[in-house]
Design a protein around this ligand. Structure first.
Ligand SMILES: *Cc1c(COP(=O)(O)O)cnc(C)c1O
Length: 487
């Protein structure tokens, strides 16, 4: 029995009860044992639950309510841009002409789909200021790896094989050093200064003729816009390295500033964040990569091109790093992103950026008196506060996160970035109303008060969920995912 008295589907089972009705058989029955060798067939029927259609409906509906999603409540998970996913995107992705395509269809028969992808690439070129875009990568981290492999191929083609190091600031997203390592580079960390920005002296110290690239997350994971980008670009370029822009958080700069104009050579975007692809729970993503002209030869192949009004995949790309994804990316997510860009238009995208930044600054200012603000300056789409003050009273940031569940909120990202003690990284996004934002702030302030007056209520939270606290290590390492029948 799960808590909340919801029986397991197996406990609901009654022999002979069915949730389906099939028409009378009008073909002769076949004995499968004559067709399938005995070694491949089971001896006994599986013990499946026998339940009515209504029971099964209620079972899955009840389970679905145990998920927290953007459609069920506020989700300020920093760096993840859990904004609303407009339902028009879903309608368009379900058009027969998109949803029922087969990936092996000949290009002549799918010109509309190719046009959409090509057009999306053109829009992303415009939004990022890059010269060419590939839609192949399936996620942000995949885009990072793809971009770094292109940088690697570029240096190798120039005979520049001593460039083995990728510089990554300590305020970068965690995937950056991981992608650099998987792409075969050694990661060199540069520190943040007291303002939370890349420490320029430290950067000058680590850069050299072995620098392959700098990977910059901007805004960084403290939600701060890096102020010295042009200087960084010139330092790295002078040393012969390439500049990589982690654009997963483009929600804060879109239609205001373009990585291409700042001197970046490669950028990836997360269409499942900024451009409203539904995400979380491991659903398909899309992490397109844009490059400047000198990296175009290394783009993954095939490359989608337009020739004489026809859309084609070009395979003859001798310097390409090769294919990075079967077919050509996650088409369904690209349809959603395209729909979003077209429904918003340039002015709409600019308003998104402005509102995302205003919402984050508003929330940061209202929370500042009640928590510690490690970097007291304007933030972009997200900000970082610290629960240091609460920790002195015996309440950890983890407890605050758990207590938020009682209010029906998904907690913010916690304990990241690593350079801020008892960190909470909060991203409200532009799609939330002032009422929702105020209600969340009020809940945070109440938790801060509880910490002073009645810390146990926070330390023992959550009080309203089906399961209280998991042993998170055990849950990750040895998850129990199967029902075991008791005899
Ligand atoms: C989310 C994110 C990533 C990783 O994207 P995935 O799609 O999860 O692989 C990389 N960088 C930043 C800044 C991000 O916010």
């Amino acid at each position: 029995m799960l808590k909340n008295d919801q029986p397991l589907i197996f406990e609901l089972s009654r022999e002979g009860r069915t949730g389906y009705s099939l028409p009378e058989m009008d073909v002769p029955q076949v004995d499968l044992s004559e067709l399938i060798p005995a070694e491949y067939t089971r001896e006994e029927a599986p013990e499946l639950p026998e339940v009515s259609e209504l029971d099964i409906m209620r079972h899955y509906t009840a389970l679905s309510k145990r998920n927290h999603g953007v459609d069920s409540g506020f989700y300020p998970l920093g760096s993840c841009t859990m904004k609303y996913n407009p339902k028009i995107n879903e309608n368009v992705a379900r058009f027969n002409g998109f949803a029922h395509l087969h990936p092996l269809q000949e290009t002549e028969g799918v010109q509309g789909a190719l046009e959409l992808m090509y057009d999306l690439q053109e829009h992303l070129k415009e939004i990022t200021g890059m010269d060419e875009v590939t839609l192949q990568p399936a996620a942000g981290a995949h885009g990072e790896w793809t971009g770094l492999m292109m940088i690697r191929a570029y240096h190798e083609a120039n005979g520049d094989t001593k460039r083995t190091k990728v510089i990554v600031p300590d305020s970068a997203h965690g995937t950056n050093p991981a992608s650099a390592t998987v792409a075969g580079f050694e990661t060199v960390t540069v520190k943040s200064d007291e303002n939370g920005l890349v420490d320029m002296e430290d950067l000058k110290r680590v850069v050299g003729d072995d620098t392959a690239a700098l990977m910059l997350t901007n805004p960084n994971t403290l939600g701060l816009f890096e102020e010295n980008i042009l200087e960084m670009a010139s330092i790295i370029h002078q040393a012969g390295g390439k500049l990589y822009y982690d654009g997963a958080n483009l929600n804060a700069v879109m239609s205001k500033a373009r990585p291409g104009d700042m001197g970046f050579d490669v950028v990836h975007l997360n269409l499942h964040k900024t451009f409203t692809g539904p995400h979380g729970g491991g659903g398909p993503g899309s992490g397109p990569v844009g490059v400047k002209s000198d990296l175009i030869p290394y783009l993954p192949k095939p490359v989608l091109i337009k020739r004489d009004e026809e859309y084609l995949f070009e395979y003859d790309r001798p310097q390409s790093i090769g294919r990075v994804k079967p077919y050509y990316g996650n088409f369904g997510i690209n349809v959603r992103a395209y729909t979003y860009i077209r429904t918003m238009g340039p002015d709409g995208l600019k308003a998104v950026t402005e509102n995302a930044v205003i919402n984050a600054n508003y929330m940061m200012r209202r929370l500042a008196p009640h928590f510690d603000l490690p970097y007291d300056r304007h933030c972009k789409h997200e900000f970082v506060i610290s629960g240091k003050r609460q920790k002195k009273l015996g309440v950890r940031t983890l407890d605050i996160a758990k207590r938020l569940l009682d209010f029906g909120y998904h907690p913010p990202t916690i304990y990241f970035p690593l350079n801020v003690e008892e960190c909470m990284m909060i991203e409200p996004t532009e799609t939330e109303s002032k009422e929702t934002i105020d209600a969340f702030i009020d809940a945070m302030i109440q938790i801060a008060k509880e910490t002073e007056e009645n810390p146990e209520i926070v330390q023992e939270a959550p009080h309203t969920t089906v399961i209280k606290r998991l042993d998170e290590t055990l849950a990750a390492r040895k998850p129990v995912l199967r029902y075991t029948k008791e005899d």
